[in-house]
Design a protein around this ligand. Sequence first.
Ligand SMILES: C[S@@+](CC[C@H](N)C(=O)[O-])C[C@H]1O[C@@H](n2cnc3c(N)ncnc32)[C@H](O)[C@@H]1O
Length: 282
Amino acid sequence: MMVEKIAMQAEEFRLLKEHVAESLGLVLEDGTRNNLAGKLCHRLEELRLKSFTEYYCYLKFSPGRDAEWQRLVPLLTNNETYFYREAAQLSVLAQEVLPALKERKLARGERTVRLLSAGCSSGEEVYTLAMLLLESGCFSWDWDVRITGIDIDPRVLDAARQGLYTRRAFWAADPELVRRYLKPQGDKLAIRPILRKWTSFVRGNLLEPGDSLVGGRFDVILCRNVLIYFAEETVKRVVDNFSALQAPGDYLFLGHSESLSRTETPYLPLRFPGAIIYQKRE
Ligand SMILES: C[S@@+](CC[C@H](N)C(=O)[O-])C[C@H]1O[C@@H](n2cnc3c(N)ncnc32)[C@H](O)[C@@H]1O
């Protein structure tokens, strides 16, 4: 059936843009109005709404708004990711952070390690972390290790839990490691059970992670290629949320094009060749 095209007025775009920024943190660029209208036309049709003002009200006030957000989020987010993304940072994690973390934990008589991939998309970062930790040899099986992935988009979380990837997802990964930790399944590669033991995925919003990460404490948080889509004040809010989940001395990794240099936060930059990471102040 042909879906009738409904135009989105500038004021309607402004309302939706504001609501999306408040709810998800994402900034909709001004040039995306027609594109967004095109993506949402069939929703207006299905909901029998006549305008984007009505859609805005539906999203804000209707009892069905939570379900509608779940439909809307995949249309707005960029889920681009792959295994071993930003290798220089991952080397710092393997060579500097994990050994320091192990030493700190042993000095306190603790054997727990908690990592969070915030904005984990379809799971490539979470499984990369599991591979990295296993390869590091820092944490034997008597350590209680957990790597949690959190994302707002239910569709990518389903893919993450399934753990089935096309070969394209491994272009930056060492083929030997790919052979060790994934097995061929049809024309794809499937995560081996050893990577599942430490990993799990939850749905949650980084602006309000409370419910999804209740009581969580994370030695290392990676939030890479997520904040780049957020407004500056939202970045501060998200980083404050991370700080509430971390103790002094814990680590935060952002993407290479993301920086806290313009934001007042409790984190200090640590500079390494080709990579900057952050550590929460003592
Ligand atoms: C470009 S991917 C980054 C994936 C991975 N971190 C990486 O660097 O390869 C950004 C992810 O952030 C998620 N995201 C965006 N806004 C979010 C929010 N408010 N709460 C949780 N996840 C969010 C998106 O759904 C998307 O999967």
